[in-house]
Design a protein around this ligand. Structure first.
Ligand code: URA
Length: 436
């Protein structure tokens, strides 16, 4: 078999066999196929596409390019969720405890963030003592006892994706449904869960900007997951504005705790209940109505918050910060808390979520290079969202930072991300689609 022939075949629009796809992934992972040939094939895939069987073969080859977690001891209870990422997205911190309180074994390997705010790992590390690197044995043992473990990615999982993603990033080949599907789903397959719930974000703060593209990606990932033997569901959710009111690491933990304590409803609560409902449907095999009632009940009974505390304690985190979230301000103090004032009267007609994320990054909540450190106390809170009526001088939100020189640029960025008008904008649905 020759890589040249595989590239030519795909360039001519023909389908590749499982063996050809396996040859490419194995050879590329081992360093036997050079970047220039791999990037030529990625470009041919971008332009010519792949059918479902090819995409499943690519996904599976990438999943087995490194270590795969064996969760068979948890039978059909093992559950995972994945979000394509958005601003203020702290759903894993809420959905995980709800599902675990209802009997799921939630195992999740999360990333650090690059860009607006930290990833789930960074957010959790804002809890004093929290250990995000634990041995595989401890991880599985914790899932067994507590029903929930979220840790940082470790070991040699999906090396093919690590290499390919870096290559795609610099060769204009990220934007392809089969390549995105295989990248995301290979990591999910390697992580081993039987039930997988996907949150595909759509809108200004999302990777996929339009509903049509988000739906195509959701359908493709659900289909490939099923072809690889997993129970799958995907929600397409709105990311035309940040999710919830907090953007920034410890600020987001505080918000997640408020939702789990049943103190805060609104968009974040709704998306989390919808995601948890899908997960409960999958691992319990019950109807939507029953699963939703159980998810809501887990918050109302206090079981979900109790599960969060059990989980955080198991990973060494200081649970007193969850009981009394004001402690975060002592642990991660900021020198400046500055209100953002409305420049005008009217309705907020749109919010560019990605720009609001960038404002949070400027304040210290995110990193622009892998090496940069994060200020866990920095970020922003949002007091008024799209559709709200505001008056000139009213507080739209607050900036939290230790960087005095960041206040003005962050405020300018935040205000530039908003548009105002005299009429209320059309309401967009929070949950825009479900793919099962
Ligand atoms: N996220 C991933 O993990 N992979 C992609 O290809 C795109 C987004």
């Amino acid at each position: 078999m020759r890589m040249y022939d595989i590239i030519l075949k795909k360039r001519n629009g023909e389908r590749l066999s499982d063996e050809e796809i396996g040859f490419f992934i194995d050879g590329y992972t081992r360093g036997e196929i050079p970047d220039y040939q791999a990037s030529a094939l990625c470009m041919a895939i971008c332009l010519r596409g792949m059918d479902d069987d090819e995409t499943a073969a690519l996904t599976y080859s990438m999943a087995r390019s490194g270590d795969m977690l064996d969760l068979s001891r948890f039978g059909e209870l093992s559950s995972d969720k994945h979000s394509t990422g958005g601003v203020g997205d702290k759903t894993s911190l809420i959905v995980g405890p709800i599902a675990a309180a209802l009997g799921a074994k939630v195992t999740k390997m999360s990333g650090r963030g690059l860009g607006h705010t930290g990833g789930t790992v960074d957010k959790l590390e804002s809890i004093p003592g929290m250990r995000m690197t634990i041995s595989r044995e401890e991880f599985l043992d914790q899932c067994d006892k507590v029903g929930l473990a979220i840790i940082g990615q470790s070991g040699n999982m999906t090396p093919a994706d690590k290499k390919l993603y870096a290559l795609r990033d610099v060769t204009a080949t990220v934007d392809s449904i089969p390549l995105i599907t295989s990248s995301i789903m290979s990591k999910k397959l390697a992580a081993g869960s039987h039930n997988i719930v996907l949150d595909v974000k759509t809108g200004s703060g999302a990777f996929m900007k339009t509903y049509e593209d988000s739906k195509k990606l959701a359908e493709s990932m659900v289909k490939i997951g099923k072809l690889c033997g997993r129970n799958m569901a995907a929600l397409i959710t709105d990311m035309d504005r940040p999710l919830g009111y907090a953007v920034g690491n410890s600020l987001e933990i505080i918000e997640a705790v408020e939702v789990l304590k049943g103190e805060r409803k609104g968009d974040l609560y709704e998306v989390c209940i919808a995601l948890a409902t899908e997960m409960v449907m999958l691992f319990k095999g019950i109807t939507h109505e029953e699963a939703q009632a159980q998810a809501v009940g887990a918050i109302e009974s206090g079981a979900a918050f109790a599960k969060m505390k059990e989980w955080i304690a198991a990973q060494g985190g200081d649970v007193s910060c969850l009981d009394d979230t004001k402690r975060f301000a002592e642990v991660h103090p900021v020198s400046h808390i500055v209100p953002i004032l409305s420049p005008t009267d009217g309705y907020i007609t749109s919010m560019d979520a990605a720009e609001i994320g960038t404002a949070a990054m400027i304040l210290g909540a995110g990193r622009s290079t892998k090496e940069e450190s994060i200020d866990y106390g920095a970020g922003l809170t949002i007091e008024a969202k799209t559709g709200d009526r505001v008056e000139k001088g009213m507080t739209l939100g607050y900036l939290y930072t230790n960087r005095e020189d960041a206040v003005k640029p962050a405020e300018e960025r935040y205000l530039a991300a908003l548009t105002f008008g005299s009429e209320a904008p059309q309401k967009t649905e929070l949950i825009q689609g479900i793919v099962r």
